[in-house]
Design a binder for this molecule. Sequence first.
Ligand code: F0G
Length: 456
Amino acid sequence: MEDEYLAEPFRIKMVENLKITDRKYREEAIKKGHYNLFCIDAEDVYIDLLTDSGTSAMSDSQWAGIMMGNQAYAGSRNYKHFEDVLRGIFGYRHILPTHQGRASENLLFSSIVKKGNVVPANSHFDTTRANVESNGGIALNLVIEEAYDTEKILPFKGNMDLEKLKECIKKEGKNIPLILMTVTNNAGGGQPVSMENLKAVSKIARENKIPFFIDACRYAENSYFIKMREKGYENKTPLEIAREMFALADGCTFSAKKDGLVNIGGALAFNDDALLEIVREKLILIEGFTSYGGLACRDLEAVAIGVMEALQEDYLKNRIGQTQYLGDKLKEGGVPMVLPFGGHAIYVDAKKFLPNIPQSQFPAQALGCELYCEAGVRGVEIGTATFGKTENGKAVYPKLELLRLAIPRRAYTNRHMDVVARALINIYKRRDKLKGLKMTYEAKSLRHFTAKYEKL
Ligand code: F0G
């Protein structure tokens, strides 16, 4: 479809009614949840931008596929469909189903990461970091330095810094069990990685005989960015680009809850036959048999159909377009964000939004709570609570302090995005009145999910 005429490439067949609340109600709710947005009832949220994961609206074809589920412990036809479709995209020999991305990470990292190993990535997402660390490894972020400058406009701000990677290999050598590339780079603003960079990392990995894996959660969105921004890919389809990307690596972890357009599902795919022997045993032990991997067979069918829908160009144009739409509105209102806008989310720069609140007082978390009180919009903190930590009694702060507004696929209209923008711009106008938070409880690992705060 020509750009000027393309709106949503779908129409709405079923709706979920939303609860409408007032500010007083929301202030009570967030107080009851100890100022942690993970600890409030989803029903009390009007526009839920906590995550784009597992929150997609499925299509009628996917629901029809679910009705055609062939529930069998072994050898279900839905698994065969799932395997065929994913092999057609990823190209790898072994396609193992899992219930979601972190299960794939667990299977892979517990099989190849040993104590003291170093795992370089452009940026690790919180679950990949936790899975590396829980196996005694060290998760290194080697994204290009410009990624930390939120205002710098670059087409591929998710790229790996090749010099840093080479240095790391020189220093650690055989201590590196794999190199990981997250596409798009969720922890760094949802920024894409270029094919050129993937090729270079692949070359380095192969020269040094280090396995190279892709964290493929948002590979379709990354493929679309390559099509839009990288020379030589203008006339290729997202599927062709995706195939080229995966051919550069030895395997991938995949959460189908993102670019699989499903509510649950994932995969671990790779070529190594020896690795299969180890992983298959674990899969059966912790997820389920190799032809369902922790899912009902009907869910495999929904993935098989969803991944192909998510590779459609009109879908991707609309999808990335909605994120840009929200970003453009916020920019008009002066809201500081990570630029250029990412694929699945807008990342508000809370350090710049609230310069009067130091990182020790969780500015992104405080902003998230205020946005919820203002309009019932829920985002998620990607800053001190998520990536900061206490080391030897001292607080360590991440470079970026962001509030992520992740947009579920096919779920909200641009009128919802208008509300989000209006609310955030209204808060921006009175930003000097906002106060920070004090953390009163933190768990040892993944503290942001269960942390408790008090208002200062
Ligand atoms: N890798 C990346 C880059 C992710 O964004 C996620 C999940 C995972 C791995 C793990 O996948 O949730 O299926 O186990 N990201 C979600 C988010 C939770 O909100 O960004 P999962």
